[in-house]
Design a protein around this ligand. Structure first.
Ligand code: IMP
Ligand code: MG
Length: 187
């Protein structure tokens, strides 16, 4: 990746503002006995910000994690979703908010939603930071969407290519044109 640059798509301020707006939308849906389930790994930064925004908006959810995998060190989905680490909490009768980074084919979110519904969740809400329109392989719409995103492979704010770029506080795309403006250059 020596020649690569990351072009900013959604900057820190934009992400922070949208998290507050999403939290307000989620509060307005009046979830009861809310359990937040963040889908690892890509959503960890978004989830951390959204969960704190939920607190500021007056909610006191319990927080859990599920580690799912559909990408394997590549930018192409395998199409198969597997559980690498499951939630520990009982789901029965609870309102659950699933948080993921990107809704693309929809397979990850459908898998997680079906899993929690099968365990007796009262309601499963879904929140995604980014949605790539026109990429769905299975039918699902997220209840809360941060931004619509162009059909590009994005990194940063928790999202990676082979575990790199997760640390970036913004969402960007790898740009191979070294003279492109508005670039962050990874060290
Ligand atoms: P889906 O199952 O095809 O909807 O893919 C969703 C998962 O693929 C997300 O949770 C991400 O982890 C990953 N993913 C999809 N597109 C991107 C991308 O552009 N950058 C990084 N990860 C992505
Ligand atoms: Mg993911």
């Amino acid at each position: 990746m020596a020649d690569s640059r990351v072009r900013v798509l959604f900057d820190e301020k934009t992400l922070a503002k949208r998290c507050e707006e999403l939290a307000a939308e989620i509060v307005a849906s009046a979830p009861k006995d809310l359990l937040v389930v963040a889908v690892l790994k890509g959503s960890f930064m978004f989830a951390a910000d959204l969960i704190r925004a939920l607190h500021r908006a007056g909610l006191a959810p319990q927080v859990e994690f599920i580690h799912l995998s559909s990408y394997r060190d590549a930018t192409v989905s395998s199409g198969q979703v597997t559980i690498l680490r499951d939630v520990e909490s009982a789901i029965e009768g609870r309102d659950v908010l699933l948080i993921d980074d990107i809704l693309e084919s929809g397979r990850t979110l459908v898998f997680a939603k079906d899993l929690l519904a099968a365990r007796g969740a009262r309601q499963v809400y879904t929140a995604v930071l980014l949605e790539k329109p026109g990429k769905r392989a299975v039918h699902i719409e997220a209840d809360f969407v941060g931004f619509r995103c162009p059909d590009l492979f994005v990194v940063g704010y928790g999202m990676d290519i082979a575990h790199s770029y997760r640390q970036l506080p913004f969402v960007g795309v790898i740009d191979t044109k070294s003279d492109a403006p508005d670039l962050f250059e990874p060290s």
